[in-house]
Design a protein around this ligand. Structure first.
Ligand code: ATP
Ligand code: MG
Length: 397
């Protein structure tokens, strides 16, 4: 097995912890992804050293989450999140624990992790610690809770959303007992903060096996406890049956969700607000959804291309595939590139110039005139030079 650079560069840091008499292991997603031969984004290191001890070993550290036992260690060009082995206790309201207890035992730390495939540890020499048969589940492509599934979902209900999103990301099946426990405990999802649910929902949508994740999400009934989904089972099923081409980004994923769920244009903002999306993202989604609805019925116009911009136009064009419609992304981008103006600032005149040329004072006419000129320039009915545009404005006023 070729060990990626992310692990090898961390070796000196692990060695330092070991020299000081502590244990140190790679844990969680990075070990799972390494064994699956998938790209690694960040490595998490777990150690028997307590946070203060970690800080005593490394000269450059940052307290990023010391109450959870995480210290950021800066080493050469890189930084590593090093977390003390811990157990979690006093889960209240089926959410994350409000107390963590630091422990010296790796076993205790692995026990509190959600799924067997996420409860693997690896030493810096490459030795795998597998206390819950995670390797076997990796091979059988199974998502299985560590320990008694129902109990684990009662501790932290988000784990149910994590199960369906891993199904989508990894193309794995949820093991039978774990699946039954999700069906049984699905209602606990309503106790979880929407921000945490949203992160998992978006990861599910962006997964390579979206259909697999969505089918579990629907069949277990998790969808009933997500904002705006309760009465949309059939529509969610349509989303499952879209072409198996991965969604390109979060904005596209939401746009297509809204489209397949047939959320009324007047309801879009309220729907997205319930999911607590940022204002910027909501704005973008609203714009591209309108563009998609246009594009499904019409060809692009210069005005639409100008209004949505190249990146959004390309995203919308890409999305035609989910409606079994022909698409031509290159042609769309080419048409955008050929627009005479790309922004309002590219117009050869502005409001002040129109006021001077017409002798009229500012008023609602000004915005209307600018829009009219902009459209005519975009459509080639006027050429974008100052003299022509001012002459046109003077004539119209
Ligand atoms: P990703 O590739 O999305 O980062 P990941 O498995 O690394 O996947 P993280 O959310 O980064 O997921 O969590 C890191 C590890 O922490 C997990 O692999 C798992 O062992 C543990 N973990 C995270 N969230 C929970 C949870 N809610 N309950 C139990 N263990 C969890
Ligand atoms: Mg991770």
């Amino acid at each position: 097995m070729k060990v990626p650079k992310e692990f090898t560069v961390a070796k000196p840091v692990m060695e330092q912890l070991e020299t000081a008499g502590f244990e140190a292991y790679f844990v969680g997603g990075s070990v799972r992804d390494l064994l699956l031969n998938k790209p690694i984004h960040d490595v998490d290191i777990a150690t028997s050293a307590y946070p203060e001890e970690v800080k005593g070993i490394f000269p450059r550290t940052v307290d990023v989450g010391i109450e959870h036992g995480t210290v950021l260690v800066l080493h050469e060009e890189d930084q590593y999140e090093i977390t003390t082995f811990r157990t979690e206790s006093t889960y209240q309201d089926y959410r994350r624990p409000d107390e963590v207890t630091f422990v010296r035992s790796l076993e205790e730390d692995l026990k509190r992790r959600d799924f067997t495939i996420n409860a693997l540890a690896m030493s810096q020499t490459g030795e795998i610690v597998d206390l819950f048969s995670g390797m076997k589940d990796l091979e059988s492509k199974l998502i299985r809770a560590v320990g008694e599934a129902s109990e684990r979902f009662n501790e932290d209900a988000l784990r149910m959303m994590r199960a369906v999103r891993f199904a989508s990301q990894l193309g794995f099946t949820i093991e039978e007992e774990t699946l039954k426990a999700i069906e049984l405990n699905k209602a606990l999802l309503s106790k979880i903060s929407i921000e945490r649910v949203q992160i998992e929902w978006v990861k599910l949508l962006l997964g390579h096996d979206r259909k697999l994740g969505l089918v579990s999400f629907i069949d277990t009934g998790c969808y009933e406890f997500c904002p705006g989904f309760a009465d949309k089972k059939e529509k969610l099923q349509l989303l499952c049956d879209t072409a198996s081409v991965p969604f390109l980004n979060e904005a596209q994923a939401w746009m297509l969700t809204l489209c397949f769920l047939e959320i009324n244009p007047g309801e879009v903002k309220r729907f997205l607000k319930k999911w607590k999306l940022s204002n910027n993202l909501m704005k973008r989604i609203t714009l591209i959804l309108a563009a998609l609805n246009w594009r499904l019925e019409n060809d692009w116009t210069n005005e639409w291309l100008f209004n949505v911009g190249k990146e959004n136009a390309s995203l919308v064009e890409h999305s035609m595939i989910y409606f079994n419609r022909p698409l031509d992304v290159l042609e769309t981008e080419k048409r955008y590139d050929q627009l005479v103006i790309k922004t309002k600032q590219d117009l050869a005149v502005d409001g002040q110039m129109l006021i001077s040329a017409t002798g009229k004072s500012a008023g609602p006419w000004l915005g209307e005139m600018l829009n009219d000129i902009q459209l005519k320039v975009l459509n080639g009915d006027l050429s974008n030079n100052e003299a022509d545009l001012l002459a046109y404005a003077s004539k119209e006023c």
